[in-house]
Design a protein around this ligand. Structure first.
Ligand code: PGA
Length: 253
């Protein structure tokens, strides 16, 4: 059975004090209010990982994720962070190919294929992001584009490997804009992506993969989106910076 996940991507927000406060509040609220069947993942900036890890260590529900990694194991890559470093501070999940990484840092499907494989080799779980820009959707090419992103980044993986990947469908036009994909638009894409995976691997493998929706998820729309059969949770940006909102989203299953 695939897992239900509420992941909070803090992006480049909050200083350490703010991060401590947010993480403590989320742990308290989630412990009291969220079902044990939901995995809650906090994805703070690198500088906050160790501190957030210590704050969540008493909770079996709250896990730690990183927003990115470098694909090399070590060496002269000034400013980068390796998977071993992330592992050593208790990270379990790594976001790969967020649209902001694709857009501002030139990450392409070929690089993301390498990174995803390295995350798996390190024994961590990749949260692989795909999603189209508005002009692609308006041109009616959104299914095709997401298929291409999934194929080029993930289809070099074995069946065992891909079954460990979490996918996040994040239409770029919905990220940070306040415009959410409708629950039907999310369901259409999630079902399609699952079908693409079933065709390449098999139905059982596709059925076991958690596919999250991301893009302006809020307490007011989470329950409707999460109720769709192929939506297994959310990757939440802005609303994950408020403990009450994020916890309410995690209660939306
Ligand atoms: P948002 O961001 O919830 O602020 O739209 C989602 C994301 O980028 O993961």
């Amino acid at each position: 059975m695939r897992r239900k996940i509420a992941a909070g991507n803090w992006k480049m927000n909050l200083d350490l004090e703010g991060g401590k406060q947010l993480a403590s509040e989320v742990v308290n609220m989630v412990t009291d209010e969220v079902s044990k069947d939901i995995d809650v993942i906090l994805i703070p900036p690198f500088t906050h990982l160790t501190t957030v890890k210590s704050l969540i260590s008493g909770s079996s529900k709250v896990k730690l994720g990183a927003q990115n990694c470098h694909e090399e194991a070590s060496g002269a890559y000034t400013g980068e962070i390796s998977l071993e470093m992330l592992k050593s501070v208790g990270v379990e999940y790594v976001v790969i190919g967020h649209s902001e990484r694709r857009e501002y840092f030139g990450e392409d499907n070929a690089l993301l294929a390498v990174k995803t494989k390295k995350v798996l080799d390190a024994g961590l779980t990749p949260i692989f992001c795909c999603g189209e820009k508005l002009e692609v959707r308006e041109a009616g090419k959104h299914l095709e584009l997401n298929k291409e992103q999934v194929e080029e980044a993930l289809f070099g993986l074995s069946k065992e490997e891909i079954s460990k990947v979490v996918i996040a469908y994040e239409p770029v036009w919905a990220i940070g804009t306040g415009v959410t994909a409708s629950s039907d638009q999310a369901q259409e894409m999630h079902q399609y992506i699952r079908g693409v995976i079933a065709e390449k691997y098999d139905q059982e493998t596709a059925d076991g993969i958690s596919i999250l929706y991301g893009g302006s998820v809020k307490p007011g729309n989470a329950a409707e989106i999460f109720a769709k059969p192929d939506v297994d949770g959310g990757l939440v940006g802005g609303a994950s910076l408020k403990s009450r909102d994020f916890t309410d989203i995690a209660k939306g299953f």
